[in-house]
Write a protein that binds this ligand. Structure first.
Ligand SMILES: O=c1[nH]cnc2c(O)cc(-c3ccc(F)cc3)c(Cl)c12
Ligand SMILES: [Mg+2]
Length: 217
């Protein structure tokens, strides 16, 4: 076919979504994944929980690890206050390129910064190079073996404050070995598990974990 699934999804969005309308972009992406080709977006059920977290927390500075095509970046940013922003990190250059187009299509390029680098390298430079003081919301949605590495790095960099929320996708499928016991065993977090359907699969169960930072600043 010459094109990738992600490029076909972008083409569909450009042809069917309303430019500058994040809701339309998300609805159209969900429609594409249900009618044309499955893709690993956070999707409706996980997205609803993410919406709830953002609306309640009203975060100023958000970090997403694992942009993919930008579905959850758009989902987060559409609910952010005018001065709030989202930094989203995607190590795969093809995914990052598609995500930048999806963000533009949604009209959210002023709120979302897509960085095509390794998450650990960016986390180490958030304070010095990306002008970040503290992170109000972290969304872990990249690769299961990196959740624990990166949350420890975020703690080391003292990027969390009391009330910061760490939200993790896929804690059941594909699972995040080590992460759940780490975060649930830590006195610095209060964690809640949500049993949800795996994206676009009404007969498969996944899980997401919401952890509120209560530790030392
Ligand atoms: O790698 C992932 N990063 C972030 N989110 C992901 C997700 O939501 C789902 C999956 C996945 C699981 C099972 C399967 F059969 C195909 C894909 C992956 Cl592999 C990721
Ligand atoms: Mg995921």
């Amino acid at each position: 076919k010459g094109t990738t699934r992600e490029q076909r999804a972008l083409k569909y969005l450009k042809e069917h979504a309303r430019q500058g309308d994040p809701d339309s972009v998300l609805e159209t992406f969900d429609e594409f994944c249900r009618t044309q080709e499955w893709a690993m977006n956070a999707a409706e059920e996980k997205g609803d929980i993410l919406d709830e977290i953002v609306r309640e927390l009203q975060p100023t500075t958000c970090l997403e690890l694992g942009t993919y095509c930008g579905y959850s970046a758009v989902r987060i940013a559409r609910n952010l206050s005018p001065s709030a922003r989202l930094i989203t990190i995607e190590v795969n250059p093809d995914y990052a390129a598609v995500a930048r187009e999806v963000v533009k299509l949604a009209g959210l390029q002023d709120k979302i910064e897509v960085i095509n680098l390794d998450s650990a390298d960016v986390i180490r430079e958030l304070k010095t190079k990306y002008d970040v003081t503290k992170l109000d919301l972290v969304f872990l949605d990249h690769w299961k073996y990196l959740y624990i590495r990166d949350i420890k790095l975020i703690e080391e960099e003292k990027l969390l404050k009391k009330g910061s929320v760490v939200f993790a996708d896929n804690v059941i499928i594909p699972g995040a070995p080590g992460y759940l016991e780490y975060i649930r065993g830590s006195k610095n977090y209060k964690s809640t598990f949500y049993s949800v359907h795996f994206e676009y699969m009404d007969d498969m169960k996944d899980g997401v974990e919401k952890s509120v930072y209560i530790g030392d600043e």
